[in-house]
Design a protein around this ligand. Structure first.
Ligand code: 173
Length: 318
C-alpha cells in the first residue's frame, strides 16, 4: 500500500514541478546576426534544456525587437526580463553604466575585490536591475579609419561613436557621431563618417571590413557586454530558479577566456582582409592609452561625482 502511494506521489512530481515553470523574456541590444548573439543563443538553448520544469528563456530578438539604445529602459521597466547589452547603450537609464568599459581586471577578480558588489548595488539602485554576469571581456576597443593618421590627432575626421568613445575621441579633436551598431555600415558606405570605434572582434559580422582601411593600435579599455535583469522579475523568482539562473549565467561568464583566442583570430582575419595597422610608437601609444583612461574617467566622474571616484578606485589596477 505504502509503496503504491509513494509511486503515485513520485509520478505526480513532474506535474507539480511543471506548475512552477517561469519563462523569462530576453533580448539583445546587439544585432541579431552578430557573434555575441550567436553565442548567447547557444547558451539559451542549453539553459532551456537544463531548466526544463523550472526556468525557460524566450529569446525575443535583437534591435529589431527593441532598438539598441532603448533596451536598458525596457529592462528597467520590465518590458523585458533580461537583456544582453553594454553599459554604453543604457546611459539614458543611469550614466554610471558606461564605466564598465574602464575595468582593468577580469570579472573574476572584480567578484573578489568589491568591484562587482559595487556594480550590483548601483545597478539595483539606479537601474532597477540585477547585474548578473559579464559575458564579454579581453576585447580592447580600437579606432578604425578610412583615412591615415600619423599621430593621435583626429582633427577634421568624423568618427562614429557610442558613449564608450565620446570623451576620448572628442579630446583627440574628432567630430563625433553616435549610431547603433546596425547603422555603422551605411554610415561608412555613404561617407558620413571616416571611421568608427569598435572592439578588436566583430567587424566582420556586419561586413564592415568592406569599408575599413585602417585599424589604429594600440587598443584601449575593455569591451564589456553583460546580462542584466529586471529586479522585479528577479524578486518574483523562487529560490531554486534564482540559484539555477545564477549558476547558468556564471557558467557563461566562466568561459570568458575564449575571448582571448577570439581577439587573436580576429586580428589575423583583419590582416588577411587587407586592413592595415597604424601603430603609434611606444611613447605615443602610452600617452594615447593614458589619455583614453583620463578622459573616460573624467567623463564618468563629471556625471557621477559620488559613484565615479569609488568606481575608479575599484576598477583601476594598482
Ligand atoms: O557600439 C559600440 O561601439 C559599443 O559601444 C560596444 C560596446 C561593447 C561591445 C561592442 C561595442
Amino acid at each position: 500500500m505504502r509503496r503504491i502511494a509513494l509511486a503515485a506521489a513520485l509520478a505526480c512530481l513532474p506535474l507539480a514541478a511543471a506548475a512552477q515553470v517561469t519563462t523569462l523574456r530576453i533580448v539583445s541590444a546587439f544585432p541579431e546576426n552578430s557573434f555575441y548573439v550567436t553565442r548567447l543563443q547557444t547558451w539559451i538553448q542549453n539553459v532551456n534544456e537544463e531548466g526544463k520544469g523550472l526556468l525557460q528563456l524566450n529569446f525575443i530578438g535583437g534591435p529589431k525587437a527593441i532598438p539598441t539604445f532603448e533596451v536598458g529602459n525596457a529592462v528597467r521597466t520590465g518590458v523585458v526580463d533580461l537583456a544582453m547589452s553594454t553599459g554604453a547603450f543604457y546611459t539614458n537609464v543611469f550614466p554610471e553604466s558606461d564605466a564598465l568599459k574602464l575595468t582593468q581586471m577580469p570579472v573574476a577578480e572584480q567578484r573578489r575585490n568589491g568591484a562587482f558588489e559595487y556594480i550590483e548595488k548601483v545597478w539595483a539602485e539606479k537601474g532597477n536591475m540585477i547585474y548578473l554576469a559579464r559575458v564579454v571581456e579581453y576585447q580592447p576597443f580600437h579606432l578604425y579609419l578610412n583615412k591615415p593618421i600619423e599621430k593621435p590627432d583626429l582633427k577634421g575626421l568624423k568618427v562614429r561613436i557610442t558613449p564608450v568613445y565620446r570623451d576620448f575621441f572628442s579630446s583627440l579633436g574628432a567630430t563625433v557621431m553616435q549610431t547603433a551598431p546596425g547603422e555603422v555600415y551605411t554610415a561608412l558606405e555613404r561617407g558620413v563618417v571616416d571611421g568608427y570605434g569598435w572592439p578588436i572582434g566583430g567587424i566582420f559580422d556586419l561586413n564592415w571590413q568592406e569599408r575599413t582601411k585602417f585599424r589604429v593600435d594600440p587598443g584601449f579599455y575593455d569591451a564589456e557586454v553583460s546580462l542584466i535583469m529586471n529586479k522585479d522579475a528577479w524578486d518574483k523568482l523562487g529560490g531554486r530558479q534564482r540559484d539555477f539562473l545564477l549558476v547558468q549565467t556564471r557558467l557563461l561568464e566562466n568561459r570568458n577566456d575564449y575571448w582571448k583566442i577570439y581577439a587573436q583570430q580576429e586580428t589575423e582575419r583583419q590582416a588577411k582582409a587587407g586592413i592595415q595597422v597604424i601603430k603609434f610608437d611606444s611613447a605615443m601609444a602610452k600617452q594615447y592609452v593614458a589619455q583614453a583612461y583620463e578622459t573616460g574617467w573624467a567623463g564618468i566622474i563629471k556625471v557621477s561625482p559620488v559613484h565615479g571616484p569609488k568606481m575608479r578606485q575599484l576598477f583601476t589596477r594598482k
